[in-house]
Design a protein around this ligand. Structure first.
Ligand code: PEP
Ligand code: CO
Length: 450
């Protein structure tokens, strides 16, 4: 590790470290051509936005804000159409409204969106009916279909990924800037299903209460609450495919630092958090706020080494630790890590991802997650952080604004038998619209002691 810290960082210095989870391309010259093309294209985000997010995350680390991060496990190019994008934005805005109202804190909204196209896999190969092919690694690498041609890593998809990210972000920005996210008009965020939902009355009550509070403030002050009426929305994705991330890494002269301008908030996945590995080497040199997934196998010494490598200036807002142990293991796994961080005074944000430790297979072989386990891990997380004197600064969900059936439970009581009806995820099961909204309400209800 010392060797790593003293060596000069460059956008490509990760290439002399072991890089896990990278695709193998048959034609390296074609990869170079595509990366050169991406390098010439404009950045997707600006360093000003990235710095703003880092400041907001620092506030969340002090308990002044709450982070809501969510979106697909894997975005697909096919789903880059108006409705799913708008629905995802809507559910995140609705959840944030519930959280703002209930927690009495501003919310930092971060989508797993506009670039969440590369997936780590537990197995390099997939076997079906005696045929062995490379695993699907996300739309930016290969195709989900099970044929040799579809599973070949195709460099042209890197450029498509950049383009789809740009198209998605363009639409998100247009919606946000065009007044869609204006707190004066939460009715614009209405999703079709809210009208059939058991949660409708509670949601309407919250919207009404915010609207009343805003009119009251505007009457008292004689001014429109224009500053607080529109919201910030940030993007994030797993910075897995390092050649792709490197191609969008730029030195910003005014800031005197390197930024990854493909996204505001990239994270290191659980499988690529090796301190000496290529991902940590790449991430340590970019100025973005960054996150690392922390799983049940991470020892306290490993975590402290990551903090030293990734946040040497010990700056709050720079490093977020997203823990994902599973409801059954969090009580055992979280306390030693929080203790280690507290004792060494490492400045970090803790966020709970209650999805990835709670995945299971149904009898028919579908990947699912139970609402009660997701909520259970979240509950334990709030309780444990409070007991250990640290702050749970936010939550990280896999969710969609659509009416899918991928996770069981929730107000409508979905069972394993319901899953076939609208199981659309290509990788992990997501909370559907109603389950996601209910999750936000349950977070708030626990604070109110309901
Ligand atoms: C993910 O966030 O989709 C993921 C693969 O998570 P993890 O790295 O925590 O397993
Ligand atoms: Co996932």
């Amino acid at each position: 590790m010392d060797r790593q810290l003293t060596k000069k960082w460059q956008p490509d210095s990760w290439q002399s470290h072991a890089a896990g989870q990278q695709p193998l391309y048959a034609d390296p010259a074609a990869v170079t051509r595509v990366l050169d093309a991406i390098r010439r294209l404009p950045p997707l985000v600006t360093c000003g936005e990235v710095d703003k997010l880092r400041r907001q995350l620092a506030e969340a680390g002090r308990g002044e804000r709450f982070v809501l991060q969510g979106g697909d496990c894997a975005e697909s190019f096919d789903a880059c159409t108006a409705e799913p994008i708008a629905n995802k934005l809507k559910i995140l805005l609705q959840m944030s409204l519930v959280l703002v109202h209930g927690l009495k804190k501003r919310v930092v909204r971060v989508g797993r969106i506009a670039g969440q196209y590369a997936k780590p896999r537990s197995a390099d190969l997939e076997i079906r009916d005696g045929i062995t092919l490379p695993s699907y690694r996300g739309d930016i690498i290969n195709h989900v279909g099970f044929s040799a041609a579809e599973r070949r890593a195709d460099p042209a998809l890197l450029l498509r990924g950049y383009e789809y990210a740009a198209l998605t972000l363009n639409y998100v920005r247009a919606l946000v800037d065009g007044g869609f996210a204006d707190l004066h008009h939460p009715e614009l965020w209405d999703l079709e299903f809210v009208r059939h939902s058991p949660l409708e009355a509670e949601y309407r009550r919250i919207v009404q209460s915010i609207s009343d509070a805003m009119s009251f403030m505007e009457t008292i002050s004689g001014q429109s609450l224009s500053d607080s009426s529109s919201v910030d929305f940030f993007t994030s994705h797993e910075g897995l495919h390092l050649l792709y991330e490197q191609a969008q890494t730029q030195f910003v002269t005014e800031a005197g630092r390197w930024y990854n301008l493909a996204t505001h908030f990239p994270w290191i996945g659980m499988r690529t958090a090796d301190v000496d590995g290529a991902h940590v080497e790449y991430f340590r040199g970019i100025a973005n706020p960054i996150a690392v997934k922390v799983g049940p196998d991470m020892a306290p010494e490993h975590l402290l080494a990551l903090c030293a490598a990734l946040n040497p200036d010990n700056e709050l807002g720079r490093l977020t630790l997203i823990h994902r142990f599973g409801a059954a293991r969090i009580e055992e796994k979280l306390p030693p890590l929080v203790e280690a961080v507290r004792k060494t005074r490492k400045q970090v944000l803790w966020i709970c991802d209650p999805m990835h430790g709670n995945t299971e297979l149904t009898a028919s072989g579908l990947k699912t997650r139970r609402f009660e386990n997701i909520l259970g891990e979240l509950e334990s997380s709030f309780v444990l952080h409070a007991r250990l004197g640290s702050i749970l600064a936010g939550v990280h969900f896999e969710l969609t604004g659509d009416d899918v059936t991928e996770c069981t439970g929730g107000a409508r009581g979905l069972t394993d038998n319901d899953l076939e009806r609208a199981y659309k995820s290509q990788v992990d099961p997501r909370l559907n619209y109603e389950q996601a909204l209910e999750m936000a309400m349950r977070i708030v209800a626990r604070k109110a002691g309901k």
